[in-house]
Design a protein around this ligand. Structure first.
Ligand SMILES: C[S@@+](CC[C@H](N)C(=O)[O-])C[C@H]1O[C@@H](n2cnc3c(N)ncnc32)[C@H](O)[C@@H]1O
Length: 234
């Protein structure tokens, strides 16, 4: 089958329903396998096995090659190198704005004219608005998803002039993000940080109840910080 889809940051392909889609080329900068990463929770294996090992800032594909490109770059800045989240998703360094800028430019270069770029971002450490500033463009449209609404899916298109949407005066910050009620933020953040520090500290071979409790606190504190039903998109 003709390769029409390029995933430049495939990782473990967790976003894919068919992890070996015949129309897709899966890329990542690393080939790694971890066993028993979540030893207390299950015997999962994390398998990062791209078709092509490459850097998304310098893709080994010709201009105008794919009608659909998927870009799901690392989004963590604070997590420890040993954390399973970092093993699964990678980590950004201080040069992240330039790296995302160059990666986005490469994605647009290999897109065919009128091609679509699906960009996924998790606002775990960095708000999506800062990413749009770094890459110099914002999506045509997008949507927050996930239990804590921290994941943002955005859609770009390679329009005739080669630019997705660059008019310079659109209000990037108007893309809705969630703002928890002020009086809850400090205490919830403290609880959440403690839980996240525990979760990222690992390993948990002998402490499954502790791990489960920390995950539960993390989930609950984020849920409580959500605005009331119906006000999310205000
Ligand atoms: C958020 S994860 C992607 C998760 C993936 N979409 C999934 O469904 O599991 C980001 C991935 O980008 C990869 N990555 C980081 N920097 C890269 C680079 N410069 N070039 C290519 N891949 C890179 C990481 O190795 C990591 O697997």
């Amino acid at each position: 089958m003709e390769k029409k889809i390029l995933d430049v940051t495939c990782g473990a392909r967790s976003i894919w329903f068919n992890k070996h889609h015949p129309a897709a080329v899966y890329c990542d900068k690393r080939r790694e396998q971890y066993h028993h990463l979540w030893e207390n929770a299950c015997n999962c294996t994390l398998d990062i096995n791209p078709d092509v090992v490459c850097d998304f800032t310098d893709l080994p594909f010709a201009d105008n090659s794919f009608p659909l490109v998927v870009f799901d770059p690392p989004h963590l800045t604070g997590a420890k190198e040993t954390a399973w989240l970092v093993k699964k998703y990678g980590k950004l360094n201080e040069n992240w704005p330039q790296m995302l800028h160059d990666g986005f430019r490469e994605c647009m270069r290999v897109l065919k004219p009128d091609g679509v770029l699906i960009f996924k971002w998790s606002e775990y450490d960095i708000p999506a608005a800062e990413v749009w500033k770094a890459i110099g463009q914002k999506p045509l449209f997008g949507h927050h998803s996930g239990k804590q609404s921290r994941t943002f899916w955005g859609c770009f298109m390679k329009l005739d002039n080669g630019e997705a949407m660059k008019d310079g005066k659109d209000d990037i910050d108007s893309i809705p993000t969630l703002t928890p009620p002020n009086e809850w933020v400090e205490s919830l953040e403290a609880i959440n940080n403690a839980a996240v520090a525990y979760i990222e500290g690992g390993p948990y071979e002998n402490d499954l109840p502790g791990m489960e409790l920390a995950l539960k606190i993390d989930r609950l504190s984020r849920d409580f910080a959500r605005p009331p039903e119906g006000e999310e998109d205000a």
